[in-house]
Design a protein around this ligand. Structure first.
Ligand SMILES: *Cc1c(COP(=O)(O)O)cnc(C)c1O
Length: 376
């Protein structure tokens, strides 16, 4: 049976896996060997050296290619390493259009690393399609969007951006970390590449750092990225790949449950008098709720809210939570709360009274009770 023929939850469990042919082991063995024996005539079929390819990474890549509906996936040591490879696939002097509220370390890579590569970058609000069209020039080779975005939960019209990119001869990439493959398949909207920080929902347990790129087609872009994965060498260890594949098995049920709880929390917060506004694409008050409904099969487990009383009130609320953990990152089984402006530093554009929540797998009413006591 082809992996694409089964439903998503089934693919989460089965794609890229098979019972180990030598031992019958149901859980995949971890292949720590860095090197693989050659034949007497010095020929090699299969594995040679673990930076180039190894069994655990191949299983993970096959699984993610199936889940995103792509032709080829490449695993990296972090989401940032995956993003770096995408930018390194461009030539000096070429132009990138990037979401202005893309993940802050992605912005930093473009500003502080790729600038020395002479990449030209325009940072625009990519939820505004006219702004994207205006920013595209003859030199544009890449449009980088993040949807939903961090931490403002803006939604980008992926089909429209893919269309703009294709007309301009530019590749289009979606950082789909916040949605995970459960809720959004950017390649199906015509995007060329989807990127995940696997550190978040794919790993799902706050215990592994990783990144994934999935290309819609085999072709020059996928080949170049595969080359950069091997040559740059920012690859995940076999154990990291094993953990990520293990996390992916429960991805479907985890993210659906987390996303349902997040919507309950968003509605509850919207009715709280200590809260100025709630940012979550599942709320009718979200300016792109209709687009999110068309483009996603759920609204995600991330939400942000602004409290009345400014930065001091936000910090006070964060200091009082008992079930939520004050920590950065997202996508794990435990709920986290974070004051983004403190984390992002002086160049942050995030409102100072904003708190971001990553909803875990706790019972919704317990999370609501915790927020209630923290806000009171
Ligand atoms: C965490 C994150 C990244 C960066 O991934 P790392 O694994 O931390 O390098 C990129 N984009 C988004 C949306 C993220 O949340």
């Amino acid at each position: 049976m082809s992996e694409k023929a089964v439903h998503f939850e089934t693919a989460c469990v089965h794609a890229g896996r098979k019972v180990d042919p030598t031992t019958g082991a149901v859980a995949p063995p971890i292949h720590l060997s860095t090197t693989f024996e050659r034949k007497p005539d010095y020929g090699a079929e299969g594995y040679i050296y673990s930076r180039s390819a190894n069994p655990n990474r191949e299983q993970l890549e096959a699984c993610l290619a199936a889940l995103e509906g792509g032709a080829s996936a490449m695993a990296f040591a972090s989401g940032s390493a995956a993003a770096s490879a995408v930018f390194q696939s461009l030539k000096p002097g070429e132009h990138v259009v990037c979401s202005q509220d893309a993940y802050h370390n992605v912005l930093r890579i473009l500003r502080e690393v790729m600038a020395a590569w002479s990449l030209k970058v325009s940072f625009v609000d990519t939820s505004d399609l006219d702004a994207v069209r205006d920013a595209v020039s003859r030199d544009t080779r890449l449009i980088w969007v993040e949807s939903p975005s961090n931490p403002l939960l803006k939604i980008v019209d992926l089909a429209a951006v893919a269309d703009i990119g294709h007309k301009a001869g530019a590749y289009t990439v979606c950082d789909s970390t916040f949605a995970s493959p459960v809720l959004q398949r950017p390649l199906a909207f015509g995007m060329d590449l989807v990127m995940h920080s696997a550190t978040k929902y794919l790993g799902g347990h706050s215990d592994v750092v990783g990144g994934i790129l999935v290309a819609r087609e085999q072709g020059p872009l996928a080949e170049r990225l595969r080359f950069l994965q091997n040559t740059g060498g920012a690859v995940p260890s076999p154990f990291d790949c094993w953990l990520l594949l293990r996390g992916t098995a429960t991805l479907g049920v985890r993210v659906r449950a987390q996303s349902d709880t997040a919507l309950k929390l968003a509605h509850w917060l919207e009715g709280h008098r200590g809260v100025e506004r709630v940012l979550h694409p599942g709320l009718e008050s979200h300016p792109q709720h209709g687009l999110a409904k068309r483009q996603m099969s759920g609204f995600g487990a991330m939400l942000s809210f602004c409290v009345h009383g400014g930065e001091a009130a936000a910090l006070r609320t964060a200091s009082r939570v008992k079930l939520f953990t004050r920590a950065t990152s997202l996508g794990g089984v435990e709920s986290l709360i974070e004051h983004r402006a403190s984390v992002e530093g002086p160049e942050s554009r995030t409102p100072k009274n904003l708190l971001r929540i990553s909803v875990g797998l706790e019972y919704p009413d317990d999370l609501i009770a915790d927020l209630d006591q923290a806000l009171s």
